[in-house]
Design a protein around this ligand. Structure first.
Ligand SMILES: [Fe+2]
Length: 319
C-alpha cells in the first residue's frame, strides 16, 4: 500500500497495511524514550490509521511498559493469574508464564478462545481503554492456519449504514459485563467475589461520538461479554446483535494482521473492534504480551448534550 506523508524529520516510514485501516512503522526503535516530535508523529499516525505495527522491536516487559506509558496511564488487568510480573502486563498465550504449553481445556486457553469474538478491550469498564499494545514473542509459523488478529473499522462501518439504520441505532445501549465472559465460556472457573465486585456491569451507547474527531460517530459494541443489544425486546436485541456482527465482518471494513515475531501492534479501542483468529491450540505455541492504555472519559453517545450542541442535532438521526 502507499506511504503516508509525515512531517519532515519524523525519522521513520509509515506504510499502509490495508484500505480499511492500519499502517506499519519501519525504522523506529521504541525500546528507548521517544523525543517529543517523534512521539507527536506517532500519535498523528495512530489517529489516522487506528492500528500501528512497529516492526522488528526488541522489548522486555519493562520496555513495553515504558513505551506504553508515554501514551497515558496503564490499566491493571482484572484477573491476576493472566498477568506476568505486574498487573499491567497481560500474558496473552497458550503457554504458562513459566513457558509450559497449556492444554486446550486450561481456563487460560479458553479465555484466549473467547477473544475470538469481536470486541473492544475493557469495554466492561465505565471508562473503557483508549488503546492496547500487543507484542509478539512467539507467533505461529508461516503457513500455519489462524493466529491472526482481525480488526474492523467502526467509523467506516457506521458511516456506511443507511440513514434508516442509523436512526434505529441512535438511542440504543448495550450492557458490557466482565462477569458475563463466564456466561459465554461456562467452563471457566468462577471469579472471586472481589474480582466481580470490582467490575459491575456497565452500559454504553451503541453509537459513540468522538469529540477529538469533530464529533464523528462510530459503532461501539462487543460480542465477548454480550450477545444482545438493549432498547427493544430480547429477540430484537439478539437479532440486531447478529446483524451488526455480520455487517462489521465485511471485508471492506477489516484488516487481518498476520503476526511476525517482534511486531508491536498498537490499536485504538475507541474506533475498532478486534478478534483473535482461532488456531490449533494443541499444536502451536503463541505468546504475546499486552498493555492497555486507560481511556480519558466515558463513552459518549449521540444524546450527550455537548455532542448535540456541537452538531446542531436535537433529535434522532438525521434530524
Ligand atoms: Fe482483545
Amino acid at each position: 500500500m502507499g506511504a503516508y506523508a509525515l512531517p519532515a524529520g519524523a525519522g521513520f516510514a509509515v506504510n499502509r497495511l490495508s484500505p480499511a485501516l492500519g499502517a506499519e512503522i519501519v525504522g523506529l526503535d521504541v525500546s528507548r524514550p521517544l523525543p517529543p516530535h517523534t512521539l507527536a508523529s506517532v500519535r498523528e499516525a495512530f489517529q489516522t490509521h487506528h492500528v500501528l505495527c512497529f516492526r522488528d522491536q526488541r522489548l522486555d516487559d519493562a520496555a513495553l511498559t515504558a513505551f506504553s506509558t508515554q501514551f497515558g496511564p496503564l490499566e491493571k488487568f482484572p484477573e491476576k493469574d493472566k498477568t506476568r510480573g505486574a498487573p499491567e502486563v497481560y500474558h496473552v498465550a497458550n503457554v504458562s508464564a513459566e513457558g509450559e504449553q497449556l492444554p486446550p481445556e486450561d481456563p487460560r486457553v479458553i479465555f484466549q478462545r473467547n477473544n475470538a469474538r469481536w470486541h473492544t478491550d475493557s469495554s466492561y469498564r465505565y471508562v473503557p481503554s483508549l488503546a492496547s499494545l500487543l507484542y509478539g514473542i512467539e507467533v505461529l509459523p508461516e503457513g500455519a492456519k489462524g493466529g491472526e488478529t482481525g480488526f474492523s473499522n467502526m467509523l467506516a462501518a457506521y458511516a456506511a449504514l443507511d440513514d434508516a439504520m442509523k436512526a434505529h441505532l441512535d438511542h440504543l445501549h448495550q450492557v458490557h459485563s466482565y462477569g458475563d465472559i463466564r456466561r459465554l465460556e461456562p467452563q471457566m472457573p468462577p471469579m472471586s467475589r472481589e474480582e466481580r465486585d470490582a467490575l459491575p456491569p456497565v452500559t454504553h451507547p451503541l453509537v459513540r461520538v468522538h469529540p477529538d474527531r469533530d464529533f464523528q460517530r462510530s459503532l461501539y459494541f462487543t460480542s465477548n461479554t454480550s450477545v444482545e443489544i438493549g432498547g427493544g425486546t430480547l429477540e430484537e436485541g439478539r437479532a440486531l446483535h447478529a446483524q451488526l456482527l455480520d455487517w462489521i465482518s465485511r471485508n471492506e471494513f477489516c484488516y487481518y494482521h498476520r503476526w511476525r515475531a517482534n511486531d508491536l501492534v498498537m490499536w485504538d479501542n475507541r474506533v475498532l473492534l478486534h478478534r483473535a483468529i482461532e488456531y490449533d491450540y494443541a499444536r502451536y505455541r503463541r505468546v504475546l504480551r499486552r498493555t492497555t492504555i486507560a481511556g480519558s472519559g466515558p463513552v459518549m453517545g449521540p444524546y450527550w448534550p455537548v455532542a448535540r450542541a456541537a452538531t446542531g442535532r436535537r433529535g434522532p438521526w438525521p434530524s
